[in-house]
Design a protein around this ligand. Structure first.
Ligand code: FES
Length: 242
């Protein structure tokens, strides 16, 4: 499937409102280009092919799915409390965008790219140096838990505020995955918002793509129909937290 669109948007919960350049207002993200990219709608399913239901997610547990490419990992999280809404964020090169917030009955379900915005550390089948650290856990990267931590150089990201960088060398948020929560409680990935790093990522990890996905071309394919969503403990053999 092809990437479908590059448009300015205002995200409102699960719904995305597309705005034309002439309608640019206080809620739009700043300029033309790649801050919002819509892809095919893909349903989040468990390893047995059953739909992931929002109400069944365990709070503060790291879940992983690949979207929009076969080899681009993302976190799915049910936060312990509601996320903030309409958070203004900025990419490293100054491009602004609005993260509309979480979905679900409790406004606490979020998804972000599991590729660090600093130097591309990411979740893979062998290990994970980046993950959500629960409120009760301690981390060397920040004063408190409840954050996504990249252990490579100790950057912390705030999942209640669109994965904004809180500490460490990361100069921009993790890209967010726009999730749709439907009336039947199912969850669907529909777009990517923010600095996604995919271009650099696909340039950097050729041997890894060969090992796990049969080559770079296969790794770059778009996920269609369904994305298998599993706990991080099932996705990665080793989880390293700092
Ligand atoms: S790669 Fe994540 S903090 Fe450096």
């Amino acid at each position: 499937m092809q990437r479908r669109d590059f448009l300015k948007v205002v995200g409102v919960g699960a719904a995305m409102v597309v705005v034309q350049p002439s309608m640019v207002g206080q809620k739009l993200y700043a300029s033309d280009g790649g801050m919002f990219k819509a892809y095919d709608k893909v349903q989040l399913m468990d390893a047995d092919g059953n739909p992931i239901l929002a109400s069944n997610l365990v709070k503060e547990k790291n879940y992983v799915f690949n979207y929009p490419h076969v080899a681009t990992p993302c976190f799915l999280l049910a936060l312990p409390e509601a996320a903030n809404k309409d958070v203004k964020l900025k990419s490293e090169d100054g491009e602004e965008y609005i993260w509309s917030g979480a979905v679900g009955k409790e406004n606490n379900i979020v998804a972000f790219s599991a590729i660090c915005s600093h130097q591309l550390t990411h979740v893979n089948p062998a290990d994970s140096f980046i993950s959500y650290v629960t409120k009760k856990e301690k981390t060397m990267a920040y004063t408190e838990g409840g954050v996504i931590v990249c252990g490579s150089h100790l950057s912390a990201f705030d999942p209640t505020n669109g994965a904004k960088a809180l500490s460490g060398p990361a100069a921009e948020p993790l890209a967010s995955i726009v999730i749709e929560h439907r009336d039947d409680d199912t969850l669907w990935a529909v777009a990517v918002l923010g600095p996604d790093k995919f271009h650099s990522y696909f340039k950097a990890y050729k041997p890894e793509f060969k090992k796990y996905f049969g080559g770079k071309r296969k790794a770059k394919k778009f996920v269609t129909v369904a994305a298998q969503t599993v706990p991080l403990t099932e996705y990665s053999k080793e989880i390293i937290k700092y």
